[in-house]
Write a protein that binds this ligand. Sequence first.
Ligand code: ADP
Ligand code: MG
Ligand code: ZN
Length: 601
Amino acid sequence: MINKGMRQLLLWMLGFMLLAGIYNSIKVSQSEKDIPYSEFKSKLKSKEIKKVVVSPDLIKGEMIAEGKKVNFKTIPMSDSNLVKDMEESGVENFAATADKSWITSILLNIGWILIFILIWWFIFFRQAQMGGKQAMNFGKSRARQQDLKKNKITFKDVAGCDESKEELKDIVDYLKNPKKYKTLGGTLPKGVLLYGPPGTGKTLLAKAVAGEAGVEFFTSSGSEFVEMFVGVGASRVRDLFERAKRNAPAIVFIDELDAVGRHRFAGIGGGHDEREQTLNQLLVELDGFDSKEGIILIAATNRPDVLDPALLRPGRFDRRINVPIPDIKGRQEILKVHSRKVIMDENVDLSIVAQRTPGFVGADLANIVNEAAIIAAKKDKQKVEFSDLEEAIEKMIAGPQRRTRVISENERKIVAYHESGHAIVAKMIKGCDPVHKVTIIPRGPALGYTMQLPKEDRYLTSKTEILSRLSVLLAGRAAEEVTFGELTTGAHDDLSKATAYAQKMVTEFGMSEKIGPLSLKKDESEVFLGRDIVRQPGYSDETSRNIDEEVKRIVNDAYFKAKNILIENKTVLDKLASVLMEKETVDGAEIDDMISQLNAV
Ligand code: ADP
Ligand code: MG
Ligand code: ZN
């Protein structure tokens, strides 16, 4: 900038002039000898004054002192004889000057004021120019606008999560033909929340949606909104949406939403002002835009459980899509996607690689293919062979940054039997929700799970149903006992759930004959440590003992029932467990087939 250099020069000049002025005034005052009026008068008498200039409040002039000409000044006194004395003394040159002092002082002061204003102006202007650039951009969103034409990601690049893709397809359709939806007048979800464990392809899916729809894609991460200064995050959110609106149709993608979207007031130490403001702004933006404008907000998180409930309200992130850990088939497909990027030997059987990698997510599998290519290259191979993939898997499992839980063959067998137990008892016992699927793919803390889906919404549950549920809950442990004659810690969650259920039956639902139709529930609505300790349950020791006995009896009965079912159906149990170990996921219909086949024999 040219102006900047000029200003700098000016500033320096000003400074220099100032210094010079100060120096001058000091010099002048030094060269003028200040003398008292009496001395001036006596010098007049001795004819040592050569020149005098009189102004109302100062007398200046030249005098002789020690044989030299010296400038002097003195403060005048009211002296009517001054002119006469000067004439007598024979001063060569005397004159009076008008009283300009007030003008000069004002001028001088104005000068000073001007100088200060100028300095102030320069400093602030320059600051605004330099620092301001940052200050003004501070609140700007750091979102990157992705150029999707170059590196277009489509649904083909994402594998092993077909259900998630299916759900995203209508979003794509909408972004492609917003008119179609506008004329019909329906409202589409504004916000889509992708949730699932890390590395399962949430970010990838969001990009694929943009790629498929061919719209602008603004990506930013939740952590970018949480800055040190309160208000910055909020203004970034605002800016992000403004940019998106200018470029509509567009997708706004916020990765790691939990960084901003965490439950407000959660955690010790109370709220976090900045995050709260940012979250509020996000809510405002979510409410403020209409999906008819052609903007869809997609967010990803691996902690949907910590999100603020306000985010999940209808009209906000009302479409929630699970991106699960892939099963064996999914893993094979993901491996296929990534092997396209390397030169793979034709003999490599990816299904075996998929079999060896239970619990691995897309990111792990991408890493394995990449690692295998590096290993092959190191060995100067022309193609990636199976042995390279094997080595990569081992490296991944044994390596320091092992992210996934790797389950030994023996453990998988136990888990397979455990889950088969749940599933078979759920099938055999009446009054149970149908089994949707069983899987031994670890998810969160669980090593596997059996998913039951109710046929319809129900608000009342009968005693038989609860007892059946208890049996199903305890069937995992029963299956372990029936098969291995040994127990593991894997059932502890089932047990605590079953116990809690039985306790509720007795104390809340009045389903125990021994206790009768009483509600002996403890008030748990507000559990404060202190209060809970102080407060005693409102019943006697004997009732308390009876409750314990009833709970124990109910749980034991349910366990016994489950165990008997499994002993009777041991062949089905063995079969289902072995199929599970092979395929990892089995759905309800397949279990039905299995049961009817084995029972027909
Ligand atoms: P997330 O956002 O769920 O943590 P990412 O989308 O960032 O996971 O995935 C990281 C990388 O892992 C992707 O760039 C891709 O190479 C690979 N990946 C993950 N999931 C899949 C998948 N389902 N299909 C293909 N590649 C995947
Ligand atoms: Mg991600
Ligand atoms: Zn279980």
